[in-house]
Design a protein. Structure first.
Length: 489
């Protein structure tokens, strides 16, 4: 595909440890192997496997001319980057005020408001004299973790630090979670909880429940900060490994149930994770905010949203299942320690939930705002297009992410119920409305024809759906494709 179909002549560099062959990779356009070229030069594991690429040439498994091409591509890249001539690099800038502003703004824009049932958010800073932050992670820096995902950042603002800075007049206190029973405080200790089941312990420290409840009841606002951590221990997130399951450690789940059962006024739960995690307590949480790992300005980004300086407009980039049992991986049994088979085929994420009529906890593309939006005048346009008018019907300015999906009511082959085809984020003042236009090309509606080995769009009728999430479709129109077309890519 890369060399023959797309005509790419440049260098290919593998992911770290991503190449698992010698002659096959070389004969199919490979180039530089990371790490350290163990399939080209040597292997860590056996002296007899030294220089496997040279051995493959001697055994006529790889033509010598192929190795020459690999070397030339590498030299070409070295020349292009000035490595061969020692050409000076243009001086760059790092950690400028503009960089810091972008980091803060992008973090805030990505935050997703999942629930605000009691209207607690946004908080009013002027009324806050005592603020309690629950959860040690609120003051733990994460940018230097996650293996290749880590960053050597010049600074990192935690949520706790940001709250203290933004509320100089207030008493801002950090307390760990509570636990009903004592658990050995080591990161990798296995904890035995009620029922005798062993669970991997979080690295969270623990507070006395009575002390924590008293502090929460005395506070003007309580921010519960919880989620996954970056690292290589159980239930942590990192590259090169999977969490053992979607669930948080049992004792942390129990602590959340206990805290939410106190029904503390002005309590906000903020979660942080890079993937869906098991929530079995959301019915008790009236206010729920989700963040991913937001970088060096994380704390300021979160506080900007909590205080209403930024109206949340992020949308979920995945479907959040109610449980692991609702996922395609669980139903198809395609996961094991070494390989993922993808028996679900193209029914990934919301496509699986649509096909199996499974209601997720939070659907793909979902996210609330401090204001409200109305959709109207959804109309088909000539060709393959649709227009929609979106109005801010609330009292504060906000942004809405309008999503376009395609459906295939007359499909001649198996297709998804619907597929995301585009989205636009629109900023609206109170009472303001704008008309958005979405246009698609026939290629955007194509599927892969296994017999032709090309993408194909059949002539016929299609539906364009406009919505605020994959589960909140505001309207649909029908469009017609006049003739069948195929596409190489």
């Amino acid at each position: 595909i890369l060399r023959d179909l797309w005509g790419y002549k440049g260098l290919v560099v593998t992911d770290w440890g991503g190449q698992h062959s010698t002659d096959f990779a070389a004969n199919n356009g490979g180039g530089v192997e990371m790490s350290m070229g163990r399939n080209i030069w040597y292997t860590y594991y056996a002296v007899s496997n030294k220089f496997p690429l040279a051995q493959a040439v001697r055994e006529n498994k790889v033509p010598a001319a192929t190795v020459d091409e690999m070397a030339l591509r590498t030299l070409w890249m070295m020349a292009k980057t000035g490595f061969l001539t020692g050409a000076p690099r243009r001086a760059g800038a790092r950690n400028t005020p503009e960089h810091q502003r972008v980091a803060r703004d992008e973090g805030a824009e990505s935050i997703v408001l999942l629930k605000n049932e009691a209207g607690i958010l946004p908080l009013k800073p002027a009324t806050l004299k005592k603020v309690l932050v629950i959860g040690s992670n609120a003051n733990v820096k994460q940018c230097d973790k996650g293996c290749s995902g880590e960053g050597n950042v010049p600074y990192e603002v935690t949520l706790f630090a940001a709250l203290k800075t933004r509320l100089p007049q207030a008493e801002v206190t950090l307390m760990p979670f509570c636990a009903k029973q004592k658990i050995e405080k080591t990161d990798t200790a296995a904890a035995t909880v009620a029922g005798g089941h062993a669970h991997q312990k979080t690295s969270e420290a623990w507070s006395d429940p009575e002390e924590l409840r008293a502090a929460a009841e005395a506070a003007d606002a309580v921010v519960v900060f919880t989620g996954t951590e970056l690292g290589y221990q159980e239930n942590m997130e990192s590259e090169s490994r999977d969490r053992q399951n979607m669930d948080w450690p049992a004792e942390l789940q129990a602590a959340l149930h206990q805290i939410l059962g106190w029904k503390i006024r002005n309590l906000v739960v903020v979660t942080r994770s890079g993937t869906p995690v098991g929530y079995n307590w959301t019915d008790k949480a009236a206010t729920l905010v989700h963040t991913s790992y937001l970088g060096m300005e994380e704390g300021n980004s979160i506080v900007d949203v909590l205080f209403g300086e930024v109206n949340p407009s992020g949308k979920l980039a995945w479907s959040w299942p109610k449980s692991y049992a609702d996922t395609a991986v669980a139903k198809c049994g395609t996961y094991n320690a070494n390989n993922v088979v993808y028996n679900e085929r193209f029914y990934v994420g919301y496509r699986w939930h649509d096909a199996k009529k499974i209601e997720p906890l939070f659907p793909f593309g979902y996210g609330k705002s401090y204001t409200t939006f109305a959709y109207s005048n959804i109309r088909a346009l000539p060709g393959i297009g649709v227009s929609v008018t979106v109005k801010n019907t609330g009292k504060v300015a906000g942004k809405e992410v309008v999503q376009l999906y395609a459906a295939y009511p007359g499909a001649q082959v198996e297709r998804c119920v619907k597929e995301l085809k585009g989205f636009q984020k629109v900023a609206l003042a109170p009472g303001e409305e704008k008309t958005l236009v979405f246009r698609l090309a026939p290629r955007d509606l194509a599927y892969w024809d296994e017999f032709l080995h090309r993408f194909r769009t059949d002539a016929g009728t299609y539906e364009l759906l406009v919505g605020a999430s994959s589960a909140d479709i505001k309207g649909r129109v029908r469009v017609t494709v006049a003739q069948t077309e195929t596409f190489a890519d």
